[in-house]
Design a protein around this ligand. Structure first.
Ligand code: 9GP
Length: 833
């Protein structure tokens, strides 16, 4: 308020407020101005990158106007906001999305043409913002799009990693990691040097007598690191609402280096503090579904939670409301357990700094937070060692102990006879060293806990959080099945399909109400419509084939069936099952007569995805895929009947090319392991069918699109435990003869040095087959045969695709956000007038 312009001068101010371009002429004007002045380039020195930069800056100007207005509107409206805390936001590219959301892509296309550029080339200059590993980060990005589109007052909070997820190169069939330095030129971020927060680490806790004679605590000493805010605008689709994503960057508190040391000639160590501070936000941990318990990761988590909470509390305090109103103004959603320390930090602020009583503070805290669980896999459930936390966050550990004590006392009162329950549900695991169980802390500190697909939500209620369901009752636990934004995953990635759909539905309303797709079903038998549909799919396959040709040198036939599995490489996702199936196919074709071969539908098996750098088995799977490709793709006897492709460096912008080109995609995790999956939804929405297990959201996809439109196979989640038991303790185990033949081929060196694949083969044959590859192999192979058969009847196949797309309305992230808003956040939209 102190810095606002005085009333008499506001008219002059308003007169000069720019709105940004709307016409082609104005667009060209702005773009050329930015290229010539902001970038200091000229007519004779303007490449595609400069054209991208100028275009991005012209669009940015437009966004900023709405962004500022949105923030003002939200401040004046004085209503509840949502804060989405996620360590990952896998945003991908921003320009194309901004163009479509503000509705000026055609203007830009024509304008760029006038200036001598093709819009596609300009768009593809942008570096992906890859601040995430996989599904969890991309879900957060889809949620931001929906929140803005649906006019919810919402902020995302994350870290401004200097290095996002690494870039993957495949060299001699092995994954090589290259650092992803993405900040060279990033027109979408705004440094807010005036928004800095001091974050404390280490030190000690001093106890003292407070005013009313009560013992108080104060966290003192240690070291201070500064958090600097960087903001990015998040435009909603066809609305003026432009929300904010705030990323925190770390820097040494003094800002500079140690002059004393510098003057003494200790040049290197003089910058030590600064470098140590900057390390906090330097790099995204590249593990997906794996917790490694590293101190720097805990530092990242606290740094980001503390800075975000400081910001949220400061904003609330401006309203001068009573603390009890905090949960009426603030909803904080924890994306997985990574931000769980925010619970402890808010309690600390309320009791140590704002001097509230424990119980009053705790009621505020628990009414503020909601927690989304994204995995039941034990290796992904976060635990922090007590000694580590004691050292880094001594006051927080005390508060965690107090939260735990209060909680256990409550449990004891409720279940006085069940002593074992206390150790089972304690936040502190009595191991060596003791560990803090973050999922329990998140559950105890939140008013709602949700899973991300029905099966997953049922599983968390009956496994990890079973005791908590008896303690709190079933209502605390709920399900919000994941979704995807149709703006990016249909309209942006597959513009022609979006256009065709719009032509039948009489407009693009389906992009904001995806259930309208159901009107498409009546065209599933319309010959003309089906022909156009097929042409679009074919064009999308040609585009992917070109990408494959350009990047791998292998030419694939776009008329072949494209079978795609792109996602992080993980044993539980079972790319190994897929490649073993491919080897089986190869061996089968080799043994076929020419007559039999003629009946086959040619196939291109496409893989893509990154393995965590320390995940050796996942890297072996990549190597096996590449080695099989080496042999199969050069086998003249096979020709177009089978090709095996590894697409390097799978990321969001590649997904936009790959997804629309699929005929069949694979979602084949061991039942009960994939919490939801979201690429399954993207593929179906783009007119591809899927082969999958009864896992995650596959189950709901089946329910929506119908069993006859999906290829399901494999054992069910309820049987997994018994099957694992049988692998370890059973005495008769015979390998399926087809799978046995596959292992014989690998072990005899058909795909190069067999020793490299020993551990992979042994994990299935000798070491318990934890992911049940051998149990599902034969049903997988049979189901793939059904796919072959079905694909031969193109009329029927296309009808299935159209019918499936028409029934995908449920999987929009708009529906998810609506559910979160109603069931968890209790927040209302703020529609711009
Ligand atoms: O593995 C899940 C994936 O199935 C889900 O779709 C995604 C978004 O909910 O979260 C993933 N979980 C993690 O990355 C770690 O919990």
């Amino acid at each position: 308020v102190e810095s606002s312009i005085p009333e008499p001068q506001r008219d002059a101010w308003k007169k000069h407020t720019k709105k940004g371009f709307t016409t082609k002429d104005e667009f060209e004007d702005e773009t050329v101005r930015h290229i010539e002045t902001t970038l200091a380039r000229s007519l004779f020195n303007c490449d595609e990158l400069a054209a991208y930069s100028g275009t991005a800056l012209a669009f940015r100007d437009r966004l900023i106007v709405e962004w500022n207005k949105t923030q003002q509107r939200q401040t004046f409206a004085d209503q509840k906001r949502v804060y989405y805390l996620s360590l990952e936001f896998l945003m991908g590219r921003a320009l194309d999305n901004a163009m479509l959301n503000v509705g000026l892509k055609d203007v830009a296309k024509d304008g760029l043409k006038d200036l001598g550029f093709r819009i596609e080339d300009v768009i593809s200059q942008e570096h992906d913002a890859a601040l995430g590993n996989g599904g969890l980060g991309r879900l957060a990005a889809c949620f931001l799009d929906s929140l803005a589109t649906m006019n919810y007052p919402a902020w995302g909070y994350a870290l401004r990693y200097r290095y996002g997820i690494f870039k993957q190169q495949i060299i001699d069939g092995y994954q090589v990691e290259i650092p992803d330095y993405w900040l060279d030129f990033n027109p979408w971020e705004f440094p807010r040097h005036d928004v800095t927060v001091e974050i404390q680490f280490y030190g000690w806790v001093r106890k003292y007598q407070g005013e009313n004679g009560k013992t108080k605590a104060s966290w003192e000493g240690g070291e201070i690191v500064e958090a600097v805010a960087y903001d990015a605008p998040i435009p909603g689709y066809k609305t003026a609402t432009t929300n904010n994503l705030r990323l925190w960057s770390s820097k040494a508190a003094s800002g500079e280096f140690d002059f004393q040391k510098f003057n003494n000639g200790e040049y290197e160590s003089s910058v030590g503090d600064q470098q140590r501070a900057e390390t906090i936000s330097a790099v995204l941990y590249p593990n997906d579904n794996l917790d490694r318990g590293k101190e720097l990761r805990l530092k990242q988590q606290y740094f980001w939670c503390a800075a975000s909470l400081y910001d949220i509390v400061r904003r609330f305090k401006k309203s001068e409301k009573a603390w009890s109103a905090f949960p009426d103004m603030v909803a904080i959603q924890l994306n997985d357990t990574h931000p769980t320390l925010a619970i402890v930090e808010l309690q600390r602020i309320l009791i140590d700094i704002e001097a509230l009583e424990w119980d009053e503070a705790w009621t505020i805290v628990t009414n503020t937070f909601g927690y989304t669980n994204h995995t039941v896999m034990p290796e992904a459930l976060e635990k922090w060692s007590v000694p580590l936390m004691q050292n880094l966050l001594p006051r927080h550990l005390q508060i965690i102990y107090d939260i735990n004590m209060n909680f256990l006392q409550m449990v004891e009162r409720k279940f006085p006879k069940d002593r074992e329950m206390l150790s089972r549900v304690s936040i502190i695991e009595e191991s060596q060293p003791k560990m803090v169980r973050m999922a329990y802390l998140a559950t105890i500190g939140s008013h709602k806990v949700n899973g991300v697909a029905e099966l997953h939500s049922d599983l968390i209620r009956t496994t990890v959080f079973r005791d908590f369901v008896s303690i709190y009752g079933p209502d605390k636990f709920t399900n919000v099945t994941n979704g995807i934004t149709p703006r990016r995953w249909l309209h942006q990635a597959n513009p022609r399909l979006s256009e065709l759909i719009a032509s039948k539905l009489g407009g693009y309303e389906f992009l904001t109400d995806l259930t309208l797709l159901n009107k498409l079903e009546q065209f599933a038998d319309d010959k003309e419509f089906k022909k156009e549909w097929q042409e679009i799919k074919y064009a999308n396959k040609v585009r992917l084939a070109q990408h494959i040709g350009n990047t791998t040198g292998i030419s694939v036939n776009p008329k072949a069936l494209f079978d795609i599995q792109v996602k992080r490489i993980h044993e539980y996702k079972r790319q190994q099952l897929n490649i073993l199936g491919v080897i089986h196919r190869y061996l089968t074709i080799k043994a076929m007569s020419p007559e039999e071969r003629k009946k086959l539908a040619p196939r291109v098996s496409i893989f893509g995805g990154k393995a965590a750098p320390g995940y050796w088995m996942a890297k072996t799977v990549i190597h096996l895929v590449c080695s099989v490709g080496e042999v199969v793709n050069h086998d003249k006897d096979i020709g177009d009947l089978l090709k095996v492709i590894y697409i390097e460096d799978y990321n969001v912008s590649k997904a936009e090319i790959i997804t629309p080109a699929s005929d069949i995609s694979e979602h084949i995790s061991t039942a009960g392991t994939e919490a939801s999956g979201t690429s399954n939804m993207k593929f179906v929405l783009n007119g591809g069918l899927i082969i999958g297990t009864c896992d995650g959201a596959n189950i709901e996809i089946t329910r929506e699109i119908g069993e006859s439109n999906i290829f399901l196979f494999g054992n069910l989640a309820e049987d997994v435990e018994d099957l694992r038991h049988a692998h370890t303790y059973g005495n008769s185990f015979t390998l399926d003869p087809d799978l046995s033949r596959v292992f014989t081929a690998i072990r005899s060196g058909t795909f190069g040095d067999a020793a490299r694949f020993n551990a992979l083969c042994n994990s299935i044959v000798d070491h318990g087959d934890y992911y049940l590859v051998s149990d599902d192999f034969s049903s997988y192979v049979k189901t793939q045969e059904l796919v072959d058969e079905a694909y031969k009847d193109q009329e029927e196949w296309v009808a299935k695709c159209i019918q499936s797309v028409s029934r995908m309305g449920f999987f929009s992230s708009d529906r998810c956000i609506q559910e979160y808003a109603d069931m968890i956040w209790n927040v209302e939209p703020l529609v711009p007038q």
